[in-house]
Design a protein around this ligand. Structure first.
Ligand code: ADP
Length: 159
């Protein structure tokens, strides 16, 4: 059984993430979202809320699940018997950071391969920060996040 881990903050999950997850989950038997419990980033949603929003947003994906972690991502992959990590690449500007991460993860565990994927061009400009800023100011983002995420954002911002 081939498994792949999709690590990230997902604060919150949006359709760019979902596009990558959908494509990657078709190439593997199981895709596991690993949501980073990383307090230094000061996320809007708690780690449990972010996991729950992923679960709700991926209900139609048959072989996807989500978990939280505060461990090294290669350790998560090893514990889950996954052979690969998936990361999204939007712009050239993503490349440098992703390259460093991939090399470090390769150093930590050469058995775990990082795979990069580009989303559909309609999601290339999306990121969670823009999603939060626009929702806070009352913009309609139903094209870019699931209904559950949109409702959760509105509750957070008391809209
Ligand atoms: P980060 O991991 O940098 O905190 P996220 O947790 O939001 O950011 O992203 C997790 C992964 O999803 C990263 O590989 C990131 O490049 C990717 N990603 C984020 N937004 C998009 C998008 N719009 N299209 C494709 N991939 C994306």
């Amino acid at each position: 059984m081939k498994k792949i881990v999709y690590p990230g903050t997902f604060d919150p999950i949006h359709r760019g993430h979902l596009d990558i997850a959908k494509r990657a989950s078709k190439l593997f038997d199981e895709l596991i979202f690993a949501v980073a419990d990383n307090a230094t980033k000061k996320p809007l949603f708690t780690v449990d809320e972010r996991v729950e929003l992923i679960q709700k947003s991926t209900q139609d994906f048959p072989n996807v699940r989500a978990m939280s972690t505060n461990k090294l991502i290669v350790e998560v992959a090893k514990n889950e018997n996954a052979c690969a990590l998936i990361r999204g690449l939007r712009h050239v500007s993503d490349f440098e950071f992703e390259f460093q991460m991939a090399m470090m993860n390769y150093h930590l565990d050469p058995e775990i391969t990082t795979i990069f994927m580009m989303p559909d061009e309609k999601y290339i400009h999306l990121n969670s920060t823009v999603i939060k800023e626009v929702t806070k100011l009352g913009g309609d983002l139903t094209d870019y996040v699931s209904k559950d995420v949109y409702n959760a954002l509105k509750i957070k911002y008391s809209i």
